[in-house]
Write a protein that binds this ligand. Structure first.
Ligand code: GLY
Length: 555
């Protein structure tokens, strides 16, 4: 009897019971963190658009309905897999303005200021409009105006705010209130919006209307560009008309790897996420960690040790590949991964002070949002894009109605010292004109035998990489359905600070076991959000994240 119970408990730990159900559809699926944007994407699919068309339309819609992270004043990454198996990656991340320089955020005493996080000087040159236009022209099928118009309408006619959106404006008040345009638009000059009130954004509606009629050219060379450059000049910002005119989206080869017979298609630098996910999976493969079961102290231990080691490497080696040599081959070298794995003590945490980035000989060749779209023909387009912090720099461009990013803080404002996310980063990610700040965003697609199994991504600064890793292994190693995998409590370690942040949901016993192993466990309220689609026998399974108001809709 006792043995049977023990066996049952072991099984329960290893294969979690499926409690949550994803949204199922056959002909198209859109998963975003805001319902109006999800609906916009679904309508594009229903009217014959492909996954890229829908992703473009969702990108603009979220800029209206998810003000803290959806954007046209920021940047991001789109990972595409076409029905014929081709994959590509569009990098439309912000770039440092021409006037940017390595020490621009240091005061006379060499101390880092807050200018990289708030105010006009915090913004990199926005890439979203160019990136969405590039994707639409090369991989979409619908007229551009049809993809921007729904967002322009949502802005000019308005939409009812949810409870969380109204709350979010309240909580952003202290910082948004310092910038008159942000105060006027999001705080209604102190007469705060309540849930259910219709939020109308006429300035943003006009900007989007111009973009719908005139294309990305308006944002980079036209009236929007001129107004933005003028506003920057008047407020000590760095972005000029030349910066805007010179902005280009870059199409890159995705990174690829394998894990337990699955193929992984993921994000290359300037994302630090793809190499991170692949290195950590490599370290985990062969440890047998999964036998201990999802949520067990042993599984958390091995995953945390893999995270700690990767983030140490990230701090030193990752940066914009167009400016620095990123030693991808060395970071993913099987011999190096084996050494990393061997350095893990099966019983004890390794203090981060004992972990250092590898030395290679050099010969080798945060608020953010993610959404996922799949169409019925087999095309997939998934996007993570961002203003960086919630509401970015907190600056709304005068008369234009959109928030500007604070992506300059994703550089190392002072190499060797922690940035806004507590990330320590080195010279590889130091500021240079036109350089791209290192990102953790990592849209990723998992395939088996050449067929898609899972498409996913997450916001959350450095936690993005670990969230994506955790949802992937929840599906691959722990056999969860996609919704359970997204819902499952998460944890995060980023080498420095040497602490393990854990969401609610882990038992006190597990936490006690981890503390006994040497971890400093810190509770965290919620770690990112994941918007995933799984693919199963012709079905598309959409999994929004219950941590947010995300929705999945299919047809
Ligand atoms: N701004 C968050 C990231 O790109 O990692």
């Amino acid at each position: 009897m006792r043995r049977t119970l023990a066996l049952l408990l072991t099984i329960a730990a290893a294969v979690p019971l499926s409690a949550a159900q994803p949204v199922r559809a056959r002909h198209g699926m859109v998963v975003t963190r805001e319902r109006h944007a999800t609906e916009v994407g679904l309508q594009v699919l229903k009217s014959g658009g492909n996954a890229v068309d829908a992703a473009v339309a969702v990108g603009f819609a979220l800029a209206v309905t998810h003000s803290s992270a959806g954007n046209i004043g920021g940047g991001g990454f789109m990972l595409i897999r076409l029905a014929d198996g081709r994959t590509t990656f569009i990098d439309f991340r912000e770039r440092a303005p021409l006037a940017a320089s390595r020490n621009m955020y240091l005061d006379a005493a060499g101390k880092a200021t807050t200018d990289s996080t708030v105010g006009y000087r915090a913004s990199g040159v926005p890439g979203t409009v160019r990136g969405l236009a590039y994707a639409s022209q090369k991989y979409g099928t619908k007229p551009w105006a049809d993809l921007v118009r729904p967002a322009a309408d949502l802005a000019s006619k308005g939409f009812p705010l949810s409870y969380a959106q109204a709350q979010s404006f309240h909580s952003g008040a202290r910082t948004l209130g310092n910038f008159p345009e942000s105060k006027r638009i999001f705080l209604r000059d102190g007469k705060f919006y309540e849930a259910g009130e219709v939020f109308v954004q006429p300035d943003l509606g006009r900007t989007l209307d111009r973009i719908a009629r005139l294309g990305a050219k308006d944002f980079y060379e036209g009236e929007t560009a001129s107004l933005l450059a003028k506003d920057m000049k008047e407020h000590g910002g760095l972005i000029t008309l030349d910066d805007l005119k010179g902005y280009k989206a870059i199409e890159r080869q995705p990174m690829t790897g394998t894990y337990r017979g699955y193929s992984i298609v993921t994000s290359p630098p300037p994302s630090s996420g793809g190499v991170g996910v692949l290195q950590m999976l490599g370290v985990l493969e062969g440890t047998g960690y999964e036998k201990a079961g999802a949520g067990s102290a042993t599984a958390v231990h091995y995953m945390t040790e893999a995270m700690r080691r990767y983030f140490a490497d990230r701090s030193e080696h990752l940066g914009d590949p167009d400016f620095v040599k990123v030693p991808l081959t060395s970071l993913l070298d099987p011999g190096y991964i084996k050494r990393l794995r061997a350095s893990i003590d099966p019983e004890k945490a390794t203090p981060s002070s004992q972990i250092h980035a590898a030395k290679f000989d050099g010969h080798e060749s945060n608020e953010t949002t993610h959404y996922s779209v799949a169409d019925g023909d087999g095309n997939i387009a998934i996007v993570t894009y961002t203003l960086n912090g919630g509401y970015g720099s907190k600056v709304t461009a005068t008369g234009l109605g959109f928030l500007l990013n604070n992506e300059m803080d994703d550089f190392a404002p002072k190499p060797g010292e922690a940035n806004m996310y507590g990330l320590i980063q080195g010279e590889a990610n130091a500021i240079q004109p036109r350089k791209t700040p290192l990102s953790s965003m990592v849209p990723t697609i998992v395939l088996k035998d050449g067929k898609p199994v899972l498409a996913l991504g997450s916001p959350g600064g450095p936690t993005i990489i670990n969230t994506v890793l955790e949802v992937m292994v929840n599906v691959i190693d722990f056999g969860m359905n996609v919704q359970d995998a997204v819902n499952w409590p998460r944890f995060h370690h980023q080498w420095m600070p040497d602490e393990l942040r854990m969401e609610p949901g882990y038992s006190p016993d597990t936490i006690a076991l981890l503390e006994k192993r040497g971890y400093t466990v810190k509770p965290t309220r919620a770690q990112g959000e994941c918007a995933a689609i799984a693919f199963e026998n012709g079905w598309l399974l959409g999994a929004p994240d219950p941590r947010t108001e995300g929705t999945a809709e299919g047809h």
